[in-house]
Every structure is written in structure tokens, then in C-alpha cells.
Design a protein around this ligand. Structure first.
Ligand code: ZN
Length: 51
């Protein structure tokens, strides 16, 4: 699925969203994030999920 986003490394806007998992912070907290992959340079990064 292609999303409206820009790669923070190469500036390409062909970015796909891989999913929205919950990552764990310490033992009790979790944070839902959006995981994205740049089609151009293969950078995988995530950002805070906001509804
Ligand atoms: Zn990139």
C-alpha cells in the first residue's frame, strides 16, 4: 500500500506502509507506530501512529 509520505533519507515519496505494530517501551508500556519502507533506498523507519 502506497502512502503519502517522504523518505527522511533520500526524499523520495514512493513509500509503502508495512503495518502498524505496537512496540514495547520497557516492561509495561507500548506504543503503536506506523512502519514504512522507502521503495527507492530500502530504508525502513517508523513514526508515531496518530489517529
Ligand atoms: Zn529513501
Amino acid at each position: 500500500m502506497s502512502v503519502n509520505a517522504t523518505c527522511p533519507r533520500c526524499g523520495n515519496n514512493r513509500v509503502v506502509e508495512l503495518g502498524t505494530p505496537v512496540i514495547r517501551i520497557g516492561k509495561t508500556r507500548g506504543l503503536r507506530v506506523k512502519v514504512k519502507e522507502c521503495v527507492n533506498c530500502s530504508l525502513i523507519y517508523y513514526e508515531k501512529y496518530e489517529t
